[in-house]
Design a protein around this ligand. Structure first.
Ligand code: ADP
Ligand code: MG
Length: 857
């Protein structure tokens, strides 16, 4: 027991006794001085308290009064002064007692005690012994090592004093010879010994008496009656006997009876108190065990949660542990949808099979009285039967009668609830509720962490995919640049061949049929090469994003794209012996749509690639166009909604998850081969075109992707007129600039054959010089043809210089970089027309015809 917990009453007894000793001693001294018998002996005819005894009591009282100062004074100096003063006074008392005993032992006149007593009568030997005992006890008070001796001395003195005092109560000769003390002397010894015990309440007998344990309580209650009752009853018996009311035997029997009754009652009180304390101890123990079991359960659950990262399995493990170990008869978890203000049951325990189908049911938060959980309050319902709302009714039907609803909160917002129920009415104690509340907090924390882990993982995966995509794009870009360069070189190389073939076919009338057919085959082959190169550069060239939407013929776009992707669906699978059959089912006369042709082409390319990927063992790929009708009622005729384009494959199809997630960025089932961005792009393009995208897929059957576009009013445009040989215009003066003599020569010859006056320049700078020279000689050129790519001064610089000198002169750019002829959007500044290489004679003629008509030669 710590010092602070020691009650104050022992200290009060201690201080009161010190005062009493001093007071009585002074009174007796005054009695001697004034010769007052009452003060000297209290009861007449009884021994008096002699002067040395009174002096000893005075010293002892002061020493006793100093003891608390030794313990409690805040100043060290005061403490040591009080200590030494108290020790000195106690020692004096002991020495006085000893000297009296010594002189008693040596004979009356030895004279030793005259040293102290002078002319006063000497104290009784028993008094001297008690002063020695209690004085020594005072010297030992507070010293830990002397405690046993201290206690023995005090009790011994107490016993001697009591025996002397009992003579006063009961009369007779003293039990111990010479133990004849004055009444107040024996009483003062009694209280002094008790006060000394009270000065040291932390140890020994007193420690039990002051303790707040059941033992202390009983001791305090019973000690006083147990001492007083036999003393008083004995005294009464003696008085009755002396008055002659009964004889010795009857008196003894009465005394015994009253003692039996008294002690019977005391034992009964003790037993009852012990019984109560034992019950409460057992109760406490039981609660402790329960708490320990809960703690262990909480530890188990924490451990199990710690090993899991996803919410579903965390919830499941919590429910299982609760059902097995708390235990509860039913548990479930419902997640909260803030927008809809409803809870949806996500996990159900396994114990109550009848209630298993509660999964996925929704619980209205207000209609079921769960509103309080919104601010984090735990709800305990001891009697579910009295509730009439739907969810509690379901629980009652499942045989449950009491339940607890624990809110799961993250950052002060409810994200779900845990419901625990039992078959009994009032089935949950307050410690159950407390435990469930703690568990709820733990679950909320774990779920929050799982969420964070999930988003972190997703962010990491996204980052990883982005890196891959960027790398792939980088590879594609490099490949595209390489492809464009190669296309440019090939275009330049085949240009003379194309021109010569064309002019041979046109000019040489005397060719044999065989030669003409051979030349035509060569021409077709060159054309094919040129078309392939155009598609290649179309696919990879980085262009300015097209912003103006134009009418598009979907059927034509489909045909072009099939050609464009030919290698991917035909040649590449065939390398592995896989055959993909391409089927087109294009509706005639469908309206044009409005849009960005290159974007829609890209969409189609992606869908074709996806379809090919989905048919690793071959199959049929169908491209179908048609008119989309509104699905109308039976009576009204269906109205046209737009034009649709379907890409249908007979491939592996998608499972439920792929179907659900295929539009997510980076979702791919193709591992490193896929980017997961194809369908995202498709969706983006369809949104920009206000179109619709539908995906219909069945595992192992195939997939249909359907794009629906709004149609424009116009009907299908006529096919673009094929490049024609064109009429020969009237002769004009033409400047031809190209750094490649191999190309310059045939171009010049072809144009000269049409009768034009052609001047050639084999570089950008010499072209500009020739133009200026002609201007100054007043023989200006009507048209300038210039190559685009030339060292130092390129085609664009030539065009700029010419437009600066004579803005009206048309400049026609020849390029092997694969411009689509006639595409106005891609015409560079200062250039009137772009012709792509290999240049065909017809194109040259049309261009000359077009520009010579509006310029004077
Ligand atoms: P990627 O082709 O790079 O994987 P996509 O966005 O084009 O990315 O496609 C996403 C996913 O959708 C594919 O990985 C595939 O699982 C699924 N998918 C798309 N088209 C088809 C299809 N025609 N048949 C089966 N699954 C398809
Ligand atoms: Mg794809």
């Amino acid at each position: 027991m710590s010092k602070a917990e020691v009650p104050r009453w022992p200290q009060r007894i201690h201080q009161a006794t010190a005062g009493l000793l001093v007071l009585v001693a002074l009174a007796v001294l005054w009695g001697w001085a004034a010769d007052n018998v009452r003060l000297k002996s209290v009861v007449s005819g009884w021994p008096r308290m002699v002067v040395p005894t009174a002096v000893c009591f005075l010293l002892a009282g002061i020493a006793l009064g100093l003891l608390p100062l030794v313990r409690e004074s805040s100043s060290v100096r005061r403490r040591s002064i009080s200590f030494w003063a108290s020790q000195g006074l106690s020692l004096l008392v002991v020495v006085m007692g000893l000297s009296r005993l010594l002189s008693y032992a040596l004979g009356r006149d030895s004279g030793i005690d005259h040293l102290f007593y002078m002319r006063f009568s000497a104290m009784a030997p028993a008094t001297a012994i008690n002063f020695i005992l209690l004085g020594t006890a005072s010297l030992l008070a507070g010293r830990r090592r002397g405690f046993q001796l201290f206690q023995v001395l005090t009790l011994l003195a107490n016993l001697i004093a009591w025996l002397a005092f009992s003579r006063f109560l009961y009369g007779g000769a003293p039990l111990i010879p010479q133990d004849t003390l004055a009444v107040h002397t024996s009483l003062l010894f009694l209280v002094w010994s008790v006060a000394l015990l009270c000065s040291w309440p932390e140890d020994g007998l007193m420690s039990l008496l002051v303790s707040d344990s059941a033992g202390g309580l009983i001791a305090r209650k019973l000690l006083f009656p147990a001492m007083i009752v036999p003393i008083s009853v004995g005294w009464l018996r003696l008085q009755g006997q002396r008055a002659g009311w009964y004889g010795t035997e009857a008196g003894l029997s009465l005394f015994a009876l009253s003692n039996v009754v008294t002690f019977g009652i005391l034992v009964w009180i003790t037993a009852a108190a012990l019984h109560r304390s034992d019950l409460s101890r057992r109760n406490g123990e039981w609660k402790l065990l329960e708490q320990l079991a809960r703690l262990d359960l909480l530890r188990q659950i924490t451990q199990a949660i710690g090993e899991r990262q996803d919410m579903q399995s965390i919830f499941q493990v919590v429910l299982r542990s609760l059902e097995d170990d708390l235990p509860i008869d039913f548990g479930c978890i419902a997640l909260y949808d803030r927008a809809g203000m409803v809870l949806t049951v996500s996990n159900v325990g396994v114990r109550q099979a009848v209630l298993a189908d509660l999964r996925h049911t929704t619980i209205g938060i207000d209609e079921n009285g769960f509103g309080r959980s919104l601010n984090g309050q735990l709800i305990y319902e001891p009697d579910l039967d009295r509730l009439t709302t739907p969810f509690p009714r379901q629980l009652v039907q499942g045989g449950l009668h009491s339940g607890v609803i624990v809110p799961l909160m993250v950052e002060d917002a409810l994200f779900g609830i845990l419901i625990a129920a039992r078959r009994e009415w009032e089935g949950f104690s307050s410690s159950d509720c407390e435990f469930l509340k703690h568990l709820g907090d733990l679950m909320a924390l774990a779920a929050h962490q799982a969420q964070m882990y999930g988003s972190l993982q997703r962010a990491y995966d996204d980052l990883q995919s982005t890196r891959q995509t960027v790398m792939q794009q980088e590879r594609l870009r490099a490949f595209g640049q390489m492809a464009s360069g190669i296309a440019h070189d090939i275009n330049n190389t085949i240009s003379p061949a194309a021109l010569y073939t064309e002019s041979l076919l046109e000019m040489e009338t005397g060719l044999s049929r065989q030669s003409r057919r051979t030349l035509q085959t060569i021409q077709r082959a060159l054309n094919d090469v040129s078309n392939t190169l155009t598609r290649l550069t179309d696919l990879y060239r980085q262009r300015e994003p097209q912003v103006v939407s134009a009418p598009i013929d979907l059927n034509q776009l489909v045909r072009q794209t099939i050609e464009l992707t030919n290698a991917r669906w035909s040649a590449m699978p065939q390398q592995h012996g896989i055959v993909i059959r391409m089927v087109t089912d294009l509706a005639h006369g469908i309206p044009l749509i409005r849009g960005l042709e290159n974007e829609i082409r890209e969409v189609l390319v992606n869908l074709i690639f996806n379809a090919v990927d989905a048919m690793p063992n071959g199959g049929t790929l169908t491209l179908r166009t048609g008119i989309a009708k509104t699905s109308s009622g039976k009576d009204e005729p269906a109205e046209m909604r737009g034009v649709y384009l379907e890409v249908i494959d007979t491939g592996v199809g998608m499972d439920e998850e792929a179907r659900r997630r295929c539009m997510e960025p980076f979702f791919t089932t193709k591992g490193d081969r896929g980017t997961g961005l194809g369908l995202v792009m498709v969706q983006g393009v369809m949104e920009r075109h206000s179109g619709e995208l539908e995906i219909d897929s069945a595992l192992a059957k195939g997939t249909t992707v359907r794009l629906t576009f709004t149609a424009t009013e116009a009907a299908v445009s006529a096919p673009a007129p094929a490049a024609h040989a064109g009429p020969i215009s009237k002769p004009v003066r033409i400047l031809l600039v190209d750094d490649d003599p191999l190309l310059l020569k045939p171009l010049r010859e072809v144009l000269e054959l049409d009768g034009h006056d052609v001047v050639t320049a084999n570089g950008g700078q010499s072209g500009i010089d020739a133009f200026h020279a002609a201007l100054s000689q007043n023989k200006p050129f009507s048209i300038v043809f210039t190559d685009l790519g030339m060292p130092y001064v390129d085609g664009k610089k030539v065009a700029l210089s010419i437009k600066e000198a004579a803005a009206a002169t048309p400049v026609i750019l020849l390029t092997g970089w694969g411009y689509r002829s006639g595409n106005e959007d891609e015409t560079p500044a200062n250039v009137d027309l772009v012709l792509s290489k290999p240049t065909r004679r017809g194109d040259l003629r049309s261009a000359v015809e077009r520009f010579s008509s509006n310029t004077a030669s």
